[in-house]
Design a protein. Structure first.
Length: 282
């Protein structure tokens, strides 16, 4: 067994850490744009218009995932991760040219949403490919924590940059994080074929045994959750400004810390009491 194969059996191997860092940087870039509504608010648009510009990003990110998901399985996540990051990065400098809340920022957010959806999905796939099969669930938890850390630090950093350099500085910082993410993902190697790939190919699709109504209900839950979460995240900055709160970064920090602490303290409740009971009560 060569050194690389030995590294695959170790959870904290080089490629997992590099790809995890790439995911962290990618999420940092997208989380800085949580403060974009404040930038758009300077042009005097309606709240509905701001919601449309911010929301189209999430809608396109969601629609891109199933479209590119099969390609990630067939071709591997690294190439599509790089493609998604590049597509997102291509839109960021163009925000310097935004002069109103019209069609131009709407198109930029739509394209960046596709880039984010593809890049995030593929990057997570790359991270999981470098985790041992026996630690796949643990790896997903760590990847989730990395996203929560970025969710907390991105808006805090963006707020400080805006105070010092304006929104132009924020756009430049987001682009720098995307470049760092691209470099990290470029440094990852192609994972060797492992037991997980063979097992997945030999296992029948479990979703075929699930009733259609159950699939519909389960699929709708993240949509409603995402709508509520998106409303909070995208409008908290405008709300804070309207009631005289100068800084909203601490909101994202506390929000993410609570989510991280929950994962480390009561994450096993669903194992003990059942998924359905915990989901309903949550």
């Amino acid at each position: 067994m060569n050194g690389r194969e030995t590294g695959r059996e170790t959870f904290w191997n080089r490629d997992f850490l590099v790809s995890l860092l790439g995911y962290l940087f990618l999420y940092m870039a997208v989380s800085m744009f949580f403060l974009l509504p404040v930038f758009l608010g300077g042009f005097g648009p309606s709240k509905g218009r701001v919601g449309l510009i911010m929301g189209v990003h999430s809608v396109l990110a969601i629609l891109a995932r199933p479209v590119f998901g099969g390609a990630i399985d067939r071709r591997g996540g690294r190439r599509l991760s790089l493609f998604g990051i590049l597509l997102f990065a291509a839109t960021v400098p163009l925000f310097h040219l935004v002069r109103d809340a019209g069609a131009f920022p709407l198109v930029l957010r739509a394209v960046s949403g596709v880039g984010w959806g593809v890049g995030m999905t593929a990057t997570i796939a790359v991270c999981s490919d470098f985790a041992p099969a026996a630690s796949l669930a643990r790896s997903m938890g760590i990847i989730g924590v990395a996203g929560l850390v970025a969710n907390a630090l991105g808006p805090l950093l963006a707020e400080e940059i805006i105070r010092r350099s304006g929104f132009g500085g924020m756009f430049d910082a987001a682009l720098a994080f995307l470049v760092a993410s691209f470099v990290c993902m470029s440094l990852t190697r192609k994972p060797p074929a492992g037991p997980r790939e063979g097992a997945a190919a030999a296992t029948p699709a479990p979703l075929r045994k699930v009733p259609a109504i159950s699939l519909l209900v389960i699929s709708a839950m993240p949509v409603f959750h995402g709508a509520v979460r998106g409303t909070m995240i995208y409008f908290i900055a405008l709300f804070g400004a309207s009631v005289g709160i100068a800084r909203v970064g601490p909101f994202f920090l506390v929000f993410s810390l609570a989510a991280i602490l929950t994962r480390f303290t009561i994450a096993d409740l669903s194992d003990r009491y059942g998924r359905k009971r915990i989901v309903i009560q949550g």
